[in-house]
Design a protein around this ligand. Structure first.
Ligand SMILES: NC(=O)c1ccc[n+]([C@@H]2O[C@H](COP(=O)([O-])OP(=O)(O)OC[C@H]3O[C@@H](n4cnc5c(N)ncnc54)[C@H](O)[C@@H]3O)[C@@H](O)[C@H]2O)c1
Length: 254
């Protein structure tokens, strides 16, 4: 729970929709004020309204997470307008799926830029705040694709990279009472998996059926399944859990 001490200020990137939106709402329900970061300010309106509906303060912040100036300005604005941020969920993500033979440098760089550089830049900006607060939580979005997935050399490299990033930050920031963990979701029903179906030339229902056939609990994941795992890591009482990767995939997958 955020509320156990003073209200916490959380930053959730890519929170306009999907998993990020569910995380923002869940953290608000747990007592955090939430900065809703995404590429276009207007796209954040629904999440902002839901956070306010949960009784917390919210701020829509337009930022490209992979851009250094944008990341710096975003975190500074959150500190000015909501207060010192001490919780960060690095969730923003994109896909540029292609087999190696047709993957371009632009496909590679775009995915690295959002997932890896974005998480690095936002975490670096957060560091000054958690150091002063002597408390903090960072949760990074990895994926079962970190274990390998056809057509995702860029994405799986980024998601595996985020696991290493998580473990190193856990070592570096532990002395400030900061935990750093990762969640690695499997198949979750969002716009991202809808776009995967489209690029494979099949319907979303066909893709979901294919995915569910190999998920032990026999259903697809929902954004709230991931938000629940992230809420555990953010909880004040989870302060002795750091540097971990939790698969949220309806089965082991690791
Ligand atoms: N959906 C899944 O099955 C699944 C599985 C494993 C991991 N993940 C990861 O979870 C995270 C959220 O995925 P989702 O399914 O909700 O995706 P989504 O596409 O529905 O939402 C991603 C959000 O990130 C935002 N975003 C993209 N680039 C950005 C940038 N440069 N700066 C700021 N915002 C940016 C988008 O505008 C969008 O609102 C991603 O990191 C994704 O890789 C998703």
């Amino acid at each position: 729970m955020c509320a156990a001490r003073d209200p916490k200020v959380a930053i959730v990137t890519g929170a306009a929709r999907g998993i990020g939106a569910a995380v923002a709402i869940r953290l608000a329900q747990d007592g955090c004020d939430v900065a809703v970061v995404d590429l276009v300010k207007e796209s954040c309106e629904g999440t902002v309204a839901a956070v306010i509906g949960a009784g917390r303060r919210a701020l829509a912040v337009e930022a490209d997470v992979g851009d250094e100036d944008s990341a710096r300005a975003a975190v500074a604005r959150v500190a000015d307008e909501l207060g010192r941020p001490t919780v960060l969920v690095n969730n923003a993500g994109i896909l540029r799926d292609r087999m190696l033979s047709t993957m371009t440098v632009a496909d590679w760089d775009a995915v690295m830029g959002v997932h890896l550089r974005g998480a690095f830049l936002f975490s670096r900006e957060l560091r000054a705040h958690v150091k002063v607060a002597n408390w903090g939580r960072i949760v990074n979005l990895s994926s079962t694709s970190a274990l390998g997935n056809l057509g995702q050399a860029n994405y799986s490299a980024a998601k595996a990279g985020l696991q290493g990033f998580t473990k190193t930050l856990a070592l570096e920031l532990g002395r400030f009472n900061v935990t750093v963990n990762a969640v690695a979701p499997g198949f979750i029903q969002t716009e991202m998996t809808r776009s995967t179906a489209e690029s494979l030339g099949i319907t979303f229902e066909q893709l979901r059926e294919r995915a569910v056939s190999s998920i032990p609990v026999g259903r697809a994941g929902e954004p709230q399944d991931v938000a629940n795992a992230i809420a555990f890591f953010v909880d004040e009482r989870s302060g002795f859990v750091s540097g971990q990767v939790l698969y949220v995939a309806g089965g082991p997958r690791n």
